[in-house]
Write a protein that binds this ligand. Structure first.
Ligand code: SF4
Length: 371
C-alpha cells in the first residue's frame, strides 16, 4: 500500500501551473497541517506502507517541525515498512543544508527537485522562484544528504530552441542525479500562460520543433545512462520511482490533503480541493473524501492495459489472465492487432509493450484500450 500527501502551498504561483497550489501564510499552513494530521488519524488502518510521497505545491514550504508532525501521524496510523521509499518534492530556493539534513533525519530518502530548466531566461518566463545557479547548488547540496535525487525537466517552453534543450541535457549529464522526470508544457485554463496564449503573446515552439525536442531528450537520456522505464521517466538502474510504478501497476493508495486522490482497489476517491473548505470540514469533524468511481471489472481491465503500457516493460498476458481470469488477446485482440500493424505496439512472448513510436503517440494507443 502507498500513501500520497498533498501540500498545497508555494512561495509564488508559476505562470504555467494548474496544480492545486497557492501562496499560503504561516497561520494557514499551521491550520492545514493540523487538519491533515486529523485526516490521517481518522483514516489510518494499520496497513503496511511501502511508499510515501509528499507532493504539491511545494512541500518544503512547511517547517521541519510541521513535516515531523505529519510523519509522526502517518507512523502512528500505519505500519511503515523499514525499507519504504519516502519521497518529498522540493524546489530550489526553498531548502538549505540544515533543512536537507532535517529531511534526512525525518526519514525522507528520496528528493524530487523541480528544476525544469537550466536556462535563466526560460526560468524567468516560467515564473520560477530560482535561477539555474540556485538549481545546480541545490542539486549539489541534495547529493550530500540523499543517494536518490530526481530532477524535473520541461520542454516545449515559450521561446525555447532545440539548442536550449541540448544545453539542459548537457547540464543533466554532469549533475550526477539518479532520476529524471520529463514534462512537455501544456497550457492549461486558469494559468497566466493561458491568458497570454489567448492574447497571442505566448511564443510556443511549433509541433515539429516540440517533437524534435522530445526525440532529442528521449534518445539522449538513455545514452547518458538513464533507462527509460516509463513514457516520461528515466532512471539509473535500481532508481525507478517505486511510488509511481505503484500507480501504473494498480497498487492501493491513500491520498491525504486537499484535492488528493485515493484508490482502495475498488473505489477511486478524491478529497475536497479548496484548502479553506478542507480545513473547515476536518475541524468540524466532517468527511473530506467522496467516491469518484467504482472501478468495475471492465474498467480495471482497461486500466491494467493503459496504465501498464506506460512502462517500457509493458504488460504481461499471464498477469492479466491471473488477475481477470481472461485471455488478454480475447478481450483486447483488436486494439493489440491494430496498434501492432501501425508499428505502435509489439508483442514478445508474454509481454505486450509500446514501441518507441508508440511511446510518442501513447494517448492514441491508450484510447484503443477503452472497451
Ligand atoms: S512550484 Fe510547482 S506547484 Fe508551485 S506554483 Fe510552481 S509549478 Fe505550481
Amino acid at each position: 500500500m502507498m500513501i500520497y500527501v498533498h501540500i498545497p502551498f508555494c512561495v509564488r504561483k508559476c505562470h504555467y501551473c494548474a496544480f492545486n497550489s497557492k501562496v499560503g501564510g504561516a497561520a494557514e499552513r499551521a491550520a492545514y497541517v493540523d487538519a491533515l494530521t486529523r485526516e490521517i488519524n481518522l483514516r489510518g488502518d494499520d496497513s503496511a506502507v511501502e511508499t510515501i510521497y509528499f507532493g504539491g505545491g511545494t512541500p518544503t514550504t512547511l517547517t521541519l517541525a510541521e513535516l515531523e508532525k505529519i510523519i509522526g501521524a502517518l507512523r502512528t496510523a500505519f505500519t511503515v515498512d523499514d525499507n519504504a521509499e519516502i519521497t518529498i518534492e522540493a524546489n530550489p530556493g526553498t531548502v538549505d543544508a540544515t533543512y536537507l539534513r532535517g529531511l534526512k533525519s525525518l526519514c525522507f530518502n528520496r528528493l524530487s527537485l523541480g528544476v525544469q530548466s537550466f536556462n535563466d531566461a526560460l526560468l524567468k518566463i516560467l515564473g520560477r522562484i530560482h535561477d539555474s545557479r540556485a538549481a545546480i547548488q541545490t542539486v549539489e547540496l541534495a547529493k550530500i544528504f540523499f543517494a536518490n535525487v530526481s530532477v524535473d525537466l520541461m520542454y516545449g517552453l515559450p521561446n525555447q530552441t532545440l539548442e536550449d534543450v541540448r544545453r539542459d541535457l548537457e547540464r543533466i549529464d554532469g549533475l550526477g542525479v539518479q532520476h529524471v522526470s520529463l514534462y512537455g508544457l501544456e497550457v492549461e485554463d486558469g494559468t497566466k500562460f493561458f491568458e497570454l496564449a489567448r492574447a497571442g503573446r505566448l511564443a510556443l515552439p511549433d509541433d515539429d520543433t516540440a517533437a524534435d525536442m522530445y526525440d532529442l531528450i528521449t534518445t539522449t537520456l538513455p545514452a547518458l545512462g538513464f533507462k527509460r522505464y516509463e513514457i516520461s521517466n528515466f532512471a539509473r538502474e535500481n532508481f525507478f520511482s517505486r511510488h509511481n510504478v505503484g500507480y501504473w501497476t494498480g497498487k492501493r493508495y491513500f491520498g491525504f490533503g486537499a484535492g488528493a486522490h485515493g484508490f482502495d482497489g475498488k473505489l477511486r476517491t478524491s478529497n475536497v480541493r479548496d484548502v479553506a473548505t478542507y480545513i473547515e470540514r476536518l475541524n468540524a469533524g466532517l468527511s473530506v473524501s467522496t467516491v469518484e468511481e467504482v472501478v468495475t471489472r471492465r474498467a480495471a481491465m482497461e486500466e491494467f492495459c493503459f496504465l501498464g503500457l506506460r512502462m517500457t516493460d509493458g504488460i504481461s498476458a499471464r498477469v492479466f489472465a491471473e488477475k481477470f481470469g481472461a485471455n488478454i488477446f480475447d478481450v483486447f485482440g483488436a486494439a493489440i492487432d491494430d496498434n501492432r500493424r501501425r508499428g505502435l505496439l509489439a508483442v514478445d512472448g508474454d509481454k505486450i509493450f509500446l514501441t518507441a513510436r508508440g511511446m510518442a503517440l501513447g494517448n492514441a494507443v491508450f484510447a484503443d484500450f477503452l472497451l
